[in-house]
Design a protein around this ligand. Structure first.
Ligand SMILES: [Mg+2]
Length: 449
């Protein structure tokens, strides 16, 4: 009977657009175990995390989480925040994140066509960046993509370690959320990331976000996600080696991401994840960063988001959303990029449970995000297994075979040189003036020293 009522509510919410009814239809039917519902919430709360972390550019890269949280209290606190299309719009993160979803939902027969769809959507979405502070790397690299000519490959970029690939990878984790799809998740996580961030720190960030979102949908214990990533990295490395393209450069630059995560996972073994002050959390954010701006790189955007999820998970149930936002979105770093990842994982774990209506009902692109979540679920259900793989993460990665659909001649795909003025900047500045620290050296050898 409850399902019938919810179905009726869902029908009328679609007809009338009534926000309150729509919220009921999404969050309550038929409970948090509904994967479709959690995927819709994942997409919606991705946008929320981005929008409130960004605050129209005022909080992204604000160096003090304490200042952000004091300003938030002056507005009346988190429950009063009402992101919408006039105020607190979504940033570049959500626009690229929707582009990933659109591409994954398109029809294609093979992985080349899938990559071309991703490249096409990444180029296209650059037309919707007004007021959203797109990063220079994404803007420059998408101009190097020529999907109509089958070109989706960009050269290795010693400065491609930013979080621009990680921030848009959530839909990959939704589509390939099942453990038996892990190799597709690794493949698409890496290849979509490499289109703009062809550096291990950049594209492994993309794979990591996809992996964590898949874990959240699976219901995997959140305390085990870090270990799961460490077990997946050798598989990712083997995939890159087998693809051959830029392998020597990738190998040389691999360790920063892996060592950063090993160190973090080792440190949290004994952590209690109790409340800490904004200043203390900012210290952590800076300590894991590449150059002082936490969350701006491929390794630390998912790391800070994961830390926020752990703090949310270990706290009282009735304050989970507030805790997630406090640590995931209101800190002194790249708070919209960590916000989109943290919001996505929350939605994938808990649906919209505990999220104030103000925070999401008027969100820009809410309907589109919700629809994409539902369609990703439908597509994930229709995916057929194309290859038989050992899916146990504890398996010896050496025995893992590449996806059979992966083209073996990727290195023959025509690439276009990236001009030195694009990859040679010491710091990258987003269109609206925020600074991203992506490196100081002209050589890949010293990039992460
Ligand atoms: Mg942004």
């Amino acid at each position: 009977m409850g399902n019938v009522i919810n179905y009726i509510l869902a029908f009328f919410s679609n007809q009338t657009g009534n926000v309150a009814q729509r919220e009921v239809a999404v969050s309550k039917e038929p409970g948090l175990n509904n994967v479709r519902t959690r995927m819709q919430a994942c997409m919606i709360l991705s946008g929320v995390g981005d929008a409130i972390g960004y605050n129209d550019g005022k909080w992204e890269f604000c160096p003090s989480g304490r200042r952000i949280q004091e300003e938030l209290q002056s507005f009346g606190g988190l429950t009063k925040l009402k992101p919408n299309k006039q105020c607190m719009i979504v940033s570049d993160d959500t626009v690229m994140h929707m582009a990933t979803a659109d591409a994954l939902l398109a029809s294609y027969n093979d992985v080349d066509k899938q990559y071309c769809e991703l490249a096409r959507e990444y180029r296209k979405c650059m037309g919707d960046m007004r007021g959203r502070s797109p990063g220079l790397t994404c803007m420059a690299m998408t101009k190097q993509l020529y999907p109509d000519s089958g070109r989706y490959v960009t050269p290795f970029n010693p400065r491609g370690g930013g979080c621009g690939a990680a921030m848009r990878a959530v839909p990959i984790g939704l589509l390939y959320h099942r453990p038996d799809e892990r190799n597709n998740l690794v493949r698409v996580g890496i290849e979509s990331g490499r289109m703009t961030h062809n550096h291990p720190t950049g594209f492994l960030g993309s794979m990591t976000v996809a992996l964590f979102v898949s874990y959240a949908i699976q219901g995997k214990d959140v305390r085990e996600w870090g270990e799961g990533l460490l077990r997946t990295l050798p598989i990712a490395k083997q995939y890159c080696e087998e693809q051959k393209r830029d392998w020597e450069l990738i190998k040389e630059n691999w360790s920063y991401f892996e060592e950063s995560w090993k160190k973090y996972v080792n440190e949290i073994i004994s952590a209690d994840f109790g409340d800490i002050s904004a200043d203390e959390f900012d210290k952590f954010v800076r300590s894991v960063s590449f150059m002082g701006t936490g969350g701006a790189s491929g390794h630390d955007a998912p790391m800070i988001a994961y830390d926020a999820i752990l703090r949310c998970y270990h706290g009282p149930e009735d304050s989970r959303w507030e805790r997630l936002c406090r640590y995931g979105m209101f800190h002194g770093g790249d708070s919209d990029s960590t916000g989109i990842i943290a919001g996505a994982c929350y939605g994938a774990m808990y649906g919209l449970e505990g999220v104030p209506l103000n925070n999401h009902t008027q969100l820009e692109y809410r309907d589109r995000l919700e629809r994409l979540g539902g369609r990703l679920y439908d597509k994930s259900e229709s995916i057929k297994m194309t290859v038989s793989l050992e899916c146990d993460e504890t398996a010896d990665p050496v025995k893992t075979k590449p996806h059979q659909d992966i083209p073996l001649n990727n290195d023959e795909v025509i690439t276009k040189e990236v001009s030195a003025d694009v990859i040679g900047k010491e710091h990258e500045t987003t269109v609206d003036g925020a600074t991203e620290n992506f490196g100081t050296s002209n050589t890949s050898d010293s990039y992460y020293q």
